[in-house]
Design a protein around this ligand. Structure first.
Ligand code: C2E
Ligand code: CA
Ligand code: CA
Ligand code: CA
Length: 279
C-alpha cells in the first residue's frame, strides 16, 4: 500500500511539473506573439437603446497560437500581466484600436466611439497618459471618442495610485468606464471617489434576466445608482430581446451582447456597420 501511494504521489508531482512546463512554454510563446503577428482585435457593437444607433464598439484581444489555435484572453492576459508583457501588448491594443477608429472616421463613421480594456499594470504605468495623448494626436481622435474600461479589481490593488492615474487620464478628455460593475468589493465608494463616466453592468447579472429575481433587483439598483450619480449605464452580455426589453424598462441606456453581434474582426465589422446604418 505504501509503494502505491508513493507512486500516486510521484504521478501527481509529474503532472504538476508538466503543467508548469507547459505554462512556461505558453508564456514564452506569448512573449513572441506580437512579433509573430498572432494577436488581433475583434470588435463588439454597443447599441444606444433610445435611438437604436450603434454608438461604439469594444475592442477585444485575440491570440491565435500557431499550434493550439485560439486561446482565451481570460487565460493569457493574466499571464502577460505576470511578466509585464502586458505593457507592450496593451500598447499595441491601444494603438491598433486608435488606428481602426481613425479608419472608421475617414469612412464617414465619425460618431463612433471605441472602448479599450486597460489592465491594472497599464493603469499604474507612468507613461500611460503621455501614450494616450500621443495616440489621440497621431490618429486625430477627439478624446471623447476613446473610452477606457477598467475593472473594480484593477483599482482595488492600489487605490491611491489608481485614483491619481484615473484623474490624469480623465484630464485628457477621454471617457472612463467601470467594467464588471458589481462583481468586486466596495463598488459604491468607488463611484464617489473616481471620475467614471460610465458603469458596465457585468454579464453575470444580465444572464438570467428577468427570471432571476435577485439579479433583476441588482440590475435595477445599479441603473438607479448610475442615474443618481449622473453616470451612464451600459449592460454587457445582452443575448435576448427579453433581456433588452427589461433593461430598457429599467432605464438602462446602452447594451452590448450576442443579441446584436458577437465580437467580430474588422472586415465583418465594417459590413455590420453599413448594414446597421441602412436598417
Ligand atoms: P470583459 O472586458 O468583461 O469583456 C466581455 C466578455 O464578454 C468578452 O469576452 C466578450 O466576448 C464576452 N461577451 C460579449 N457579449 C456576450 C454575450 O452576449 N454573452 C456572453 N456569454 N459573453 C459575451 P472575451 O473577449 O473572451 O474577453 C474576456 C476578458 O478578457 C475581458 O472581459 C477582459 O477582461 C479581458 N480582455 C479582452 N481583451 C483585452 C485587452 O485588450 N486588454 C485587457 N487588459 N484585457 C482584455
Ligand atoms: Ca471590458
Ligand atoms: Ca465586463
Ligand atoms: Ca469580465
Amino acid at each position: 500500500a505504501k509503494s502505491r501511494s508513493h507512486n500516486r504521489y510521484q504521478f501527481y508531482i509529474a503532472t504538476i511539473d508538466t503543467e508548469i512546463r507547459q505554462r512556461k512554454k505558453l508564456e514564452m510563446d506569448l512573449h513572441e506573439a506580437l512579433e509573430h503577428h498572432e494577436l488581433s482585435l475583434v470588435y463588439q457593437p454597443q447599441i444606444d437603446f433610445k435611438t437604436s444607433q450603434m454608438v461604439g464598439a469594444e475592442a477585444l484581444l485575440r491570440w491565435k497560437h500557431p499550434e493550439k489555435g485560439l486561446i482565451s484572453p481570460e487565460m493569457f492576459i493574466p499571464m502577460a500581466e505576470s511578466n509585464l508583457d502586458i505593457i507592450p501588448i496593451g500598447d499595441w491594443v491601444l494603438e491598433s484600436a486608435c488606428h481602426q477608429l481613425h479608419e472608421w472616421r475617414q469612412n464617414g463613421f465619425s460618431d463612433l466611439r471605441i472602448a479599450v480594456n486597460l489592465s491594472a499594470i497599464q493603469l499604474r504605468d507612468k507613461n500611460i497618459v503621455d501614450r494616450i495623448n500621443y495616440l489621440l494626436n497621431k490618429y486625430q481622435i477627439p478624446p471623447q471618442r476613446l473610452e477606457i474600461e477598467v475593472t473594480e479589481t484593477c483599482i482595488m490593488e492600489d487605490i491611491e495610485l489608481s485614483s491619481e492615474q484615473l484623474n490624469k487620464i480623465k484630464a485628457t478628455g477621454i471617457t472612463l468606464a467601470l467594467d464588471d460593475f458589481g462583481t468586486g468589493y466596495s463598488s459604491l465608494s468607488y463611484l464617489k471617489q473616481f471620475p467614471f463616466d460610465k458603469l458596465k453592468i457585468d454579464k453575470t447579472f444580465v444572464e438570467d434576466l428577468p427570471a432571476n429575481k435577485e439579479n433583476t433587483v441588482i440590475v435595477e439598483a445599479i441603473i438607479q445608482l448610475g442615474r443618481s450619480f449622473g453616470i451612464e449605464v451600459i449592460a454587457e452580455g445582452v443575448e435576448t430581446r427579453e433581456q433588452e426589453t427589461h433593461l430598457i424598462n429599467s432605464g438602462c441606456t446602452e447594451g452590448q451582447g450576442y443579441f446584436y453581434s458577437k465580437p467580430i474582426p474588422e472586415k465583418e465589422f465594417a459590413e455590420f456597420l453599413r448594414a446597421w446604418k441602412n436598417k
